[in-house]
Ligand binder design. Structure first.
Ligand SMILES: [Zn+2]
Ligand SMILES: [Zn+2]
Length: 667
């Protein structure tokens, strides 16, 4: 399935109208995509449409063009993608019910509940912000449409103020503005800033945390043109906005903009396409741009605007790379923190300042181990270790969720003395309580924030100064404006240096730069703020670039490596993933698919390999990489190849699922 289907209708229906149509014995939602002028070919009897949702204004041509492009590029069916990105509630309502909702929304907008208060005084833009805004305005009127803008601003340089003013200009022109952020957690604070700046304007959010009714309401407000501002996560890139005049993608380098299930689209890349198609500005903001965007600046396809200084002339924290190899080895003593780092944290506590310790591994210990027989806490369903969580005494698999009580003794030999290997955030928190008696140690990770509202509560405690030292995973590195943090430390960041994923260094550099940006947000303390890196590889170029806060040098070195290896952005990739009951079934499917692909020519097909974790919940996974120096060559090859894979799969019964990921982020 994936093509368009023909139906008959008595009344003429405009393209973009939502429908209910028969499909086999089922009734299914649909959208009028085009009007066929002629009737059915001879001998074919078309079935009539069951119902049309005519109370909803049709989805416009620009929206349908976006869906057409995205479906083609990411190799999905047009109908599948269109229905997947519309609010699910639309399918539940009939025309009458929908008509009533729309009438209610229109009535609300005619009678504003409160008179708009006067907008608050806006901060005077810095010279850099003013220059960026002037350049943006000049670009807007470029004949043929503005170039996409990469707003390269160090953390604390006031990118949000540029977004706010650019949005204001779009609204003044009678347009709507769309602002995309990588994570739901970041929407409340941004929403608050936009709401404060634009009193009397209608602002809605679109993300997966909304109830179905809220999502429908917000989507309708955007679609009807009543919402001036739409803030959301990646799915909001598909919001129907008839007056769209500006798209902002904040933290454009963030991997969360790539959808990892179903249609694996990149919201950032679609935002750029959508803006270009409409001829409106798109603003990609980041302190550490993706290498794809950076390369496009080098090629003159994007315009870079820089914010190099922190607002209030605060300095970036001083980066201290500490060589862990210098510490004397003492038998039986585990070095958690280097003594000078521990000193620095103690000084912060004495001054009433906060420290943030980054460790990207949750749980207590990544694996339990029996020294007597060599048993390890493997997951019976996955090719992964189960993680020891001390708080609830469980062994938990982070891939399939399988959880058991921690055994008292080794399950294989009965040895009572089983050891926890390695360290996660829980253990670091416990060790810090011993190393820093009396200090208040907080922890924020996926485990500590599982309960509703827990994250906001824990962040508030940090803001209120109720925490001296905060331990956290990458969750705490993103976006939060901690005013009292003057020290950030990466406890064990080396693993990314030797990952098999070519994007690991890029992600790690972005994470460390972002973490560094958490220190010294308050300009008065910025000069005394520090970022510590504990490493066994102190001379690694990644740390050298971090030390000098030199994104450009890092990007240049990485791009040179990518170019010589023929990797993105100098080539295009697609990944065919297969999941099967057995490795043999997955391998058989991929081998036959590779054979077919080989006949398409001009695209390199690599051998099938297991991903980082090859078995999850009893299902074997294999993947196969396709690479071409030309994006359009790869696109043509995929379009010819993928339709044949249905038949290939039918010959390999053990295959449970397969999917193609265009421009994959994790390899
Ligand atoms: Zn044992
Ligand atoms: Zn598992």
């Amino acid at each position: 399935m994936g093509g368009l289907l023909d139906y008959t209708t008595e009344q003429p229906l405009a393209p973009g109208t939502l429908l209910s149509v028969p499909l086999g014995r089922r009734q299914t939602p649909g959208i009028v995509w085009a009007q066929a002028p002629t009737g059915a070919p001879p001998g074919v009897e078309l079935r009539p449409v069951i119902a049309a949702l005519t109370s909803l204004p049709p989805l416009d041509a620009a929206w349908r063009a976006l869906i057409d492009f995205a479906a083609g590029y990411y190799q999905r069916g047009v109908g599948e993608l269109a229905l997947a990105v519309l609010p699910p509630e639309l399918r539940r309502l009939d025309d009458k019910q929908l008509g009533r909702r729309i009438a209610r929304l229109q009535h609300e907008s005619d009678t504003p509940a409160t008179a708009p208060s006067a907008p608050p005084p806006r901060p005077e833009p810095s010279a850099e912000q003013a220059a960026a805004l002037a350049a943006l305005e000049a670009l807007r009127t470029t004949p043929g449409g503005p170039l996409p803008v990469l707003l390269h601003g160090v953390t604390g340089s006031g990118k949000t103020e540029v977004y706010l003013r650019a949005a204001d200009a779009a609204l003044q022109r009678g347009g709507q503005a769309l602002v995309l952020v990588p994570e739901i957690n970041l929407t409340p604070q941004l929403e608050a800033r936009f709401a404060e700046r634009f009193p009397g304007r209608v602002l809605v959010s679109l993300h997966s945390g909304l109830t179905p009714a809220q999502r429908l309401r917000h989507w309708l407000l955007a679609h009807l043109g009543q919402a001036d501002l739409v803030l959301g996560t990646r799915l909001a890139v598909f919001a129907s906005m008839p007056r769209l005049q500006l798209i902002v993608v904040d933290e454009e380098h963030d991997p969360s903009f790539k959808q990892q299930e179903g249609a694996r689209y990149s919201a950032r890349d679609l935002a750029v396409w959508r803006a270009r198609q409409l001829g409106v500005p798109v603003l990609l903001g980041s302190a550490t741009p993706s290498l794809e965007s950076w390369q496009r600046v080098q090629e003159g396809r994007y315009q870079r605007l820089a914010l190099a200084e922190r607002i209030g002339a605060g300095q970036m924290p001083q980066v201290r790379v500490f060589d862990m190899g210098r510490l004397p080895k003492v038998e039986g003593v585990e070095r958690v923190l280097a003594p000078p780092l521990l000193d620095a944290i103690q000084q912060r506590i004495a001054r009433g300042e906060q420290s943030l310790l980054l460790l990207n591994r949750r749980g207590y210990a990544p694996v339990l181990f029996c020294g007597a027989c060599g048993w390890k806490s493997a997951c019976p369903h996955c090719s992964a270790w189960r993680v020891f969580h001390k708080a609830d005494r469980t062994l938990r698999c982070h891939h399939c969720g399988f959880s058991e009580r921690v055994p008292r003794a080794c399950p294989d030999c009965g040895n009572l003395d089983i050891a926890a290997l390695g360290r996660g955030t829980e253990k670091l928190q416990e060790q810090l309580s011993t190393l820093l008696p009396g200090a208040r140690i907080g922890r924020i990770d996926a485990d500590s924030t599982r309960a509703a509202g827990a994250l906001q509560q824990q962040l508030q405690a940090v803001h209120d100064g109720d925490v001296d030292v905060l331990v956290g995973t990458q969750m705490v590195a993103k976006g939060h404006d901690f005013r009292r943090v003057t020290l950030v430390a990466a406890v064990n960041p080396d693993s990314a240096l030797f990952s098999s994923d070519f994007r690991a260094p890029e992600r790690q550099f972005a994470l460390l730069m972002q973490a560094a940006g958490r220190a010294g947000r308050d300009a008065a303390q910025a000069a005394a703020s520090e970022m510590w890196v504990q490493t066994w590889h102190p001379t690694h170029p990644l740390y050298a670039a971090l030390r000098s806060h030199d994104y450009a040098a890092f990007a240049q070195a990485q791009l040179a490596e990518r170019q010589s290896a023929g990797l993105p952005p100098f080539s295009s990739l697609a990944l065919l993933r297969a999941e099967a009951r057995t490795v043999e079934a997955a391998a058989g499917f991929l081998a036959e698919a590779a054979e077919l692909a080989g006949q398409q020519g001009s695209v390199t097909v690599y051998g099938a390999v297991p991903p980082h974790v090859s078995r999850v919940a009893g299902v074997e996974r294999l993947q196969m990489l396709l690479e071409s120096p030309s994006r359009s060559t790869l696109q043509r090859m995929l379009a010819a190849w993928i339709p044949q894979l249905q038949n290939v799969r039918a010959r390999h019964k053990g295959v449970l699922r397969w999917a193609v990921d265009v421009d994959p982020l994790a390899i």
